[in-house]
Ligand binder design. Structure first.
Ligand code: ADP
Length: 608
């Protein structure tokens, strides 16, 4: 792997990410996560201390020949303390899970919000997509960083507490020995920190393999692709791609594990050094300075215990470091820059009685990854109440033009103005309220027909739903279903769901657009999935549906544009012809030429 392909350093470090999680738990009212974690750490240390002192205390009592009753009391006290602490620790442990899940769910809610409300250009941004996949992975189960970090923080607190207490206990010994312990600790920490950065630096590489594997999985299961997979025997090809992605993924993890092994080896060497020196020192004290048996036992156990606190801290820090890298990814995703203004933009509430004019001034547009402009120097005004048709061959840029009008992209050059004001100034979510639209790629939600039309589960205006469904020509179909408007759609969620045909789905999308009743209607090839009769019927209704509103109607079927006030013809990135259907036919340009080709084709088709 070349250095230049590695990801940059994480934006937030371990301390910042721990603080973020703690403040998040505080904000989402899961303070008990913090209290229980602290309690759990304190109880573990208490149990450890009881265990440390029990044998030396009894030994010391025996050495001092205390009465048997006192010895029994000492043993009972230790046992009772141990029982209480262990029971309390078990109780605390059993109650920590729910709060931690709640905090993770609150992060998932933030991720979902980001995904569904981010500026549209981010949706197609590869870097954003990879961060999204990684953030999703970091929140998908109890063992992932956003939940497991609580266990790490609890262990770290526990090990740090133990470390301080044991350090105090051992401080009466030779300071040089403490120096050995502290030095080996620090060296271990820096080695493991360095090694743990390895995976993070290569997170984009891993995300790429994961995206490939997920894509192949979803392609194999995709209902829409099922026909193509069978007819074109795509399965072996998919398998080949899948194998390739899995092999790269496995090779990466083999490389990563090779690196981690060195971390473990260095830990072992350092622990060996630490313990060896300490034990030799204690033996020396016992033999030469007459250290008592109970004290020897206490210090001997304390040195061993101290090492486990230290290695515990090292292990926790390296786990925390890894988890922190994931939490940093989650935060980088949530904070991914938004090119559009939202709450910081001007508020705007469209009014159906007002007049709106949309103007494109010298607009050029190039997709971020492309070299060539899809649209160049477009000047276009959508007048209030006007029905505008956008026609052109496939790939001419019609949908792109509509995406610019709707504010899904900002022009690379030029401006889009709403009543003279650049739409960049508005809260983009408010600007979207201006449009009702039917796009080519439909998005049915797993909900009832009524909910899909009204875009809400509760509070749908059923009269209005019915009216819009009727206007879109789908009322007979809906009423023929046993559950009517309450019929569920989407089989992946509801077993009893109904499958609508392509044309019916498009009508449903039309009903949804009508229900929204926004000032401007956008129809992107709304007749593409309709049969000729339905198409003709839709043209007739088109006037009625868009009366009093501005509308933009995209079609590559030129005959459909007769109903519009004005037609623009797009070719080679520019508006090359403009006028009414009759004007354009009379001018005998490209529009007329293509119209003749198409009408000849339709005449031939209808004669067959
Ligand atoms: P039309 O609607 O006229 O069929 P489009 O506006 O969908 O055409 O596409 C115009 C051109 O832009 C096509 O060459 C298409 O390949 C390209 N294009 C469309 N969407 C993207 C995208 N997200 N990224 C890069 N190129 C795109």
């Amino acid at each position: 792997m070349q250095d230049k392909e590695k990801s940059p350093k994480p934006k937030y470090n371990m301390r910042q990410n721990s603080a973020y999680m703690i403040s998040l738990a505080w904000r989402v009212k899961e303070k008990k996560v913090l209290v229980l974690s602290l309690l759990s750490a304190a109880l573990s240390v208490a149990i450890n201390l009881i265990n440390l002192y029990v044998a030396p205390s009894i030994l010391s009592a025996v050495e001092n020949k205390v009465p048997i009753s006192e010895l029994i009391i000492i043993i009972l006290c230790f046992t009772a303390a141990l029982i209480i602490c262990v029971a309390a620790a078990a109780y605390v442990g059993a109650n920590t899970l729910f709060g931690r899940i709640q905090v993770r769910l609150s992060i998932i809610a933030l991720l979902n919000k980001k995904a569904s409300t981010t500026s549209y250009p981010n949706v197609g941004d590869e870097k954003f997509g990879k961060l999204c996949a990684k953030a999703g992975e970091a929140t998908c189960s109890n063992s992932q960083a956003t939940e497991a970090v609580w266990t790490t923080l609890t262990n770290l607190t526990q090990n740090a507490l133990g470390f301080i207490i044991y350090l105090t206990l051992l401080s009466s010994l030779d300071p040089r020995m403490l120096l050995v312990i502290v030095a080996t600790t620090l060296v271990g920490y820096f080695i493991s920190k360095r090694l743990n950065e390895y995976e993070y630096r290569r997170r984009e590489e891993v995300a790429e393999y994961e995206t490939q594997m997920q894509y192949i999985d979803s392609a194999a299961e995709n209902y829409e692709a099922a026909k193509d997979i069978r007819i074109f025997n795509i399965k072996p090809w998919l398998e080949e791609l899948g194998d390739k992605a899995i092999k790269s993924y496995a090779a990466f993890h083999r490389r990563a594990n090779g690196v981690y092994v060195w971390g473990r080896v260095s830990d072992l060497v350092l622990a060996f050094l630490r313990n060896g020196i300490a034990y030799a020192y204690l033996l020396n004290l016992a033999l030469k300075n007459g250290l008592g048996a109970s004290e020897f036992l206490l210090y001997f156990s304390a040195v061993g215990g101290f090492t486990s606190w230290v290695s515990g801290i090292l292990g926790d820090l390296s786990t925390l470091h890894r988890q922190s890298l994931d939490i940093s990814t989650v935060r980088e995703y949530i904070e991914y820059p938004e090119p559009f203004k939202f709450e910081d933009g001007d508020a705007f509430e469209p009014d159906n009685t007002a007049e709106y004019e949309i103007k494109l001034v010298n607009v050029s547009f190039r997709y971020p990854e492309s070299e060539k402009c899809v649209l160049e120097n477009i000047n276009l005004t959508l007048h209030p109440g006007e029905k505008l048709a956008v026609v052109g061959l496939n790939g001419a840029g019609k949908t792109t033009l509509v995406k610019l009008i709707c504010g899904f992209y900002d022009p690379t050059e030029g401006q889009v103005l709403l009543n003279g004001k650049n739409i960049k100034e508005y809260n983009r979510r408010d600007y979207y309220k201006m449009f009702s639209a039917v796009f080519q790629d439909v998005s049915l939600l797993a909900a009832t027909i009524a909910a899909n039309v009204a875009q809400t589960e509760d509070g749908a205006d059923m009269e209005k739903v019915k009216k819009c469904v009727a206007q879109a020509g789908l009322l007979d179909k809906v009423e023929s279903l046993p559950e009517g408007f309450e019929t569920n759609l989407n089989r992946t969620v509801y077993e009893d769901a109904v499958m609508l045909s392509g044309g019916e789905t498009q009508r449903l999308m039309l009903a949804r657009a009508l229900y929204k009743d926004a000032p401007i209607i956008v129809l992107d090839e709304p007749t593409a999935a309709l049969d000729p009769i339905a198409e003709a019927e839709l043209y007739e209704k088109y006037n009625e549906m868009t009366s009093g509103k501005s509308s933009v109607y995209i079609s590559h079927r030129l005959a459909s544009t007769r109903f519009c006030d004005r037609i623009i013809f797009i070719e080679e990135s520019r508006i090359t012809e403009e006028g009414s259907h009759e004007d354009l036919l009379a001018s005998g340009g490209r529009y007329a030429e293509l119209f003749n080709v198409q009408s000849k084709y339709y005449r031939e088709e209808s004669c067959k």
